[in-house]
Design a protein around this ligand. Structure first.
Ligand code: SAM
Ligand code: SF4
Length: 466
């Protein structure tokens, strides 16, 4: 649809909404839901913030200097807001997500041009917040809104059903919050305690996603394998049971889930990896460190040997499973010997892919004030060494795929004309020469070359898509 603007309103009656998403897949899901909530108010998503009627900055608190990055981005948005006002329009500016949850008052104090601050649990109330913020335009105070409660009602029960077409791959949040309180992590403070959505609500949302075009669904949660949702009949299901039920839905070709804690990798879930072909042989299972001393200081409540045992059980159940992980180097108290234990664990497991970070203190978490903070240059040195090892493992894993026939689910056009891209079962991007008719189909390909982060392939024959 072409939008012609006249002041604050568009000729079509549509208002332009731009959502900036930082952070994890759960934030990507939340951003899409915020757009759904605002659609009945006439807001339609646009690709750029310039000239928008509303901009939402959906923030993440996990990375270093998260708050400073938010204030610097807000400085840029303020200039766009001023430009909009100079045209006679108005840009409502909202800050959402985990930084909003943790620093809400600070944002209102330091950035008076921000209209709305909302936490991850309250975005179902956005229409009401927008109405209050809009009244401020008429001098009706107070127009600035802060809503960072952990409300009694669940936002999931109050979100509208999305109608827009869905890409081939979709995210579905089934669990939020975390009760594990790892020493370094802000999630239990910003996302609250662990909550599981009922199985029937998850299945209904999955059906809707499939009806709108999704062929692969990734179930999301801060600690997703701790999911234990109310069963449709009575009692509760674990994630393994939920996966078995979802795998039966017509039209769904692939299931994944992220992110998991090793201690919540129960038998039922491991057996689902053995029995359910729709569940992809690929698992992100963060271990964080390989030293038992550091794991205890992190409050992870498992040892390196526990992790290796879980990996052994997963590989016995699904021999081709590709593992990935998160690592933190330089947690307070980590010695050179502790770090060497992390390298040993990496060599023992052999990861297909991994993320690794320098420890960075998060205000309010136990590790932030702990003794034995590791100097930055040493953290950096350790990170470089770990990343070199992980890169080599990833390159080896990718090279091992050359010559294999793998099913690829095509998701979109490739970077070069005449190319399409999809994902292997192990989540590697795979490029082939082909037309966009392949998009949405799962087709066997022959892997012909491996690059550091992707594969290239030639088409074999088409597999019927349900
Ligand atoms: N729930 C997951 C788990 O149990 O591992 C991870 C959640 S967190 C959103 C994603 C990753 O960010 C973590 O696995 C950790 O490696 C990293 N991370 C979290 N807090 C950090 C901090 N203070 N410093 C560096 N990395 C951090
Ligand atoms: Fe954070 Fe994950 Fe630990 Fe929960 S289990 S506190 S989300 S790192």
């Amino acid at each position: 649809m072409t939008l012609t603007e006249r002041g604050n309103t568009t000729v079509t009656g549509r208002k332009r909404l731009h959502v900036i998403t930082w952070g994890c897949q759960m934030n990507v899901y939340d951003s899409a839901r915020m757009a759904d909530v605002l659609a009945p108010l006439g807001y339609a998503p646009v690709d750029a913030p310039d000239g928008a009627d509303m901009v939402i900055l959906n923030t993440c608190h996990i990375r270093e200097k998260a708050a400073e990055k938010v204030f610097s981005e807000l400085g840029r948005l303020r200039r766009l807001q001023e430009a909009r006002a100079a045209e006679g329009g108005r840009m409502i500016l909202a800050v959402a997500g985990c930084v909003a949850q943790a620093e809400g008052e600070e944002i209102l104090a330091r950035a008076p041009f921000v209209d709305i601050v909302l936490g991850p649990q309250t975005y179902h109330r956005l229409p009401e917040m927008v109405a209050r913020a809009a009244r401020a335009a008429n001098g009706d105070k107070p127009g600035r809104v802060i809503d960072t409660e952990f409300p009694a009602e669940s936002k999931f029960d109050l979100l509208p059903e999305a109608a827009a077409p869905q890409g081939v791959t979709a995210f579905l949040t089934i669990q939020e919050g975390c009760d594990r309180f790892c020493s370094f992590c802000v999630v239990p403070y910003t996302r609250g305690t662990e909550q599981s959505r009922p199985a029937a609500a998850v299945i209904a949302e999955a059906r809707r996603l499939i009806a709108r075009g999704a062929r692969e669904i990734t179930l999301l949660g801060q600690n997703v394998n701790a999911w234990h949702g109310e069963a449709p009949d009575e009692g509760a299901w674990g994630l393994g049971r939920l996966i078995r039920e979802l795998a039966e839905l017509p039209g769904l070709l692939r299931l994944r889930y992220a992110t998991s804690h090793p201690l919540d990798m129960g038998d039922e879930l491991i057996e689902a990896h053995r029995d359910v072909p729709t569940l992809m042989p690929c698992l992100h299972l963060p271990v964080q460190a390989g030293s038992d001393r550091v794991l205890a200081a992190m409050n992870r409540k498992h040892t390196a040997a526990d992790y290796l045992r879980i990996v052994g059980r997963l590989r016995a159940a699904r021999p081709d499973i590709a593992l990935s992980s998160d690592f933190i180097v330089g947690h307070p108290g980590e010695t050179a010997e502790d770090f060497a234990a992390t390298l040993d664990l990496v060599r023992d497991v052999g990861f297909a892919q991994a993320y690794s970070f320098r420890y960075s203190p998060r205000p309010g978490t136990p590790a932030a004030g702990a003794p034995g903070q590791v100097p930055e240059p040493e953290k950096e040195r350790r990170l470089q060494e770990l990343q070199a090892l992980l890169r080599a493992q990833q390159a080896r894993f990718n090279a091992g795929c050359v010559g294999l026939s793998l099913p690829v689910l095509f998701t979109g056009p490739g970077r070069h004309p005449g190319q399409v891209v999809g994902r292997s079962p192990f989540l590697q991007p795979v490029h082939v020469t082909g037309t966009t008719e392949l998009i949405g189909k799962e087709i066997p390909v022959r892997i012909v070359a491996a690059l550091p982060n992707s594969l290239s392939a030639t088409l074999e024959k088409e597999r019927a898509c349900a």
